[in-house]
Design a protein around this ligand. Sequence first.
Ligand code: C2E
Ligand code: MG
Ligand code: MG
Length: 624
Amino acid sequence: MLWDSNQTRIQRIRLVAQCVAGVFLFIGLMYWAAGLWRVGLVLTLGAAGVAYSTHQGLLQHSQRGVAGILWVVWATISALMWLSEGLRDASVLAYPIILLLAGLLLGRKRYLRFLVAMLVFVVVLTVSTEVTGWRQNTSNSNNWELLRDVVIILLACAFIVWMTVADWRRMIAALEAQIESYRQSQAHLLFLSQHDALTGLTNRSRGRHLLEQAITQARVDGTGVALMFIDLDNFKFINDSVGHVAGDEFLRQIAIRLSTAVRDTDIVVRQSGDEFLVGLLDVPDSQSACSAATEVLDHLGGVYTVRGTALSSTCSIGVARFPQDGADFETLLRHADLAMYQAKQAGRNTFRLFDVRMQDGLSTNPRLVAEMRSALQRGEFELHYQPVVDLTTQRLLGAEALVRWHHPRRGMLAPADFIPAAEHSGLIVDIGRWVIEEACRQTARWRNSGHALVVAVNISPVQCQRGDLTLTVHSALARASLPGTCLELEITESVLMGHVSTFAETVRGIKAMGVSIAIDDFGTGYSNFGYLQQLAADKIKIDQSFVRSMLMQTNQHAIVTAIIQMGKSLGMRSHAEGVESAETCALLVDMGCDIGQGYWFGAPSSAVAFTKRFLGSPPLPQVP
Ligand code: C2E
Ligand code: MG
Ligand code: MG
């Protein structure tokens, strides 16, 4: 309907109505003056009626109000015709104008009512004049012919008005539809510029803006804000195993769960791929931040049904708070990221609040690098050994050597606290060389006392690229008089990315000495089976995040089964990390996994403690 309550239109109608009322009054007064009081009275009443109905009708802002004004005009004109010359009176010319206005401003029913009223009136007028004599014929000409002409003109006029108005309405509707679709596409564009297309969450740039605003507001109000950095554990593996379409659907479900895990007032952002940010507003203390992080862990954990497949995922969260951990968004983001990294290092599916001590482990911390350099000379590094067990026979096969740093001020540091800095500075080549040499020395000691163990050493990607690994391994074995079969090198999939052909050469040299190769943390990186084949790796170490949650989550169970099967078909042994319970151990045996490692068998400990605990008797817990 063309009627709307916009102010311009109302003003126009009011103006036209006021003009009509003015004209009625003016002509009415002229008739009064000429002594024709009846016509004068009708016009004066008409003027008053139009003025009144204009006031009332426009107050209502509806078609009914406008129809009221037109009915008053119609009644005044009709009365004039009745009192004066009937169909010959010039006022009949107002009928087409009323029709035009009714067509423009009113709906079809009201328009037709006007047309019918006009036709009925002209017929009644003529019948009253010609047949019943209620009205006196003021002229001698034939009123029936005149009625025919007036009716034809009125019908023609009504038809033309209706057609024109219908066309006009169609045009306006098309125009309005275009304007609406333009508005919608503008709104859509605005939405896209501020939201992530896949999940519908706030996107990175808008998220940054909102979080900066929240920090500014918190500064004014004296309240706290917590920034949560959330990274999904093992998303890459899920994406690769179920495909990208299902991976996208999985991310959408993650986004929904994440949004329900926090309050409506909090800011949820998709930072990139499988990384999300949550800005928690009004966070009074670290306890509230911890509860919120626990809530998010709970919501994001569990099973997801994606295209008929049950998947499960966990996440690692780092939390940094304003104002304690940073005064601006950049700093908070960096610190939350660092805390998240610590959560990953702590075994995933957990959260960490930022602590300034975490910065000491930053890969670019020059003080830490300087301290590390002298630590090597002062002999502050130590290797801890974690037992590695044959799952079927329960026999101790060997150990994984894990480096520790006895820092003079900070106590014993875990690899996560200093390996990144060592890798960034290149010091890892020297530290790694020491680790290989020390592991060979210890293995030789055990061997000389009758324990033939295989000791595994972790190799950093930097060592592979920069150090002469083959030479290092060769001289370490030679110096310890140890056969290569007693040593194993653990490399992560990231080592292989983009360097597989160059590294394959090094691996061939190392394997020629009898040293075995294991792929560490399998499933958390690129999981490219082609690499495994090209390298002729001997063993796959299934990442502990899959193994630890295997009992609870069916899809982790499925992943572990798939890795074991794949290993078998490629002729590799499978080695489960993170075995923490007898149930997990028994399940792994059922699944056909060859080797196990984890707290159930023993945590990493010094060489002395390891010797005492595992090379005495009884050495290992028994599988039920
Ligand atoms: P990784 O090679 O995967 O080592 C296993 C990590 O899991 C060890 O942490 C170990 O303490 C922990 N772990 C073992 N069993 C369990 C369990 O049942 N449950 C849980 N929750 N955790 C368990 P750690 O010693 O902190 O080492 C962390 C990582 O640091 C290692 O992961 C390895 O990538 C790196 N790393 C350790 N030593 C060296 C080294 O000498 N050189 C290099 N380049 N990296 C090293
Ligand atoms: Mg390892
Ligand atoms: Mg590992």
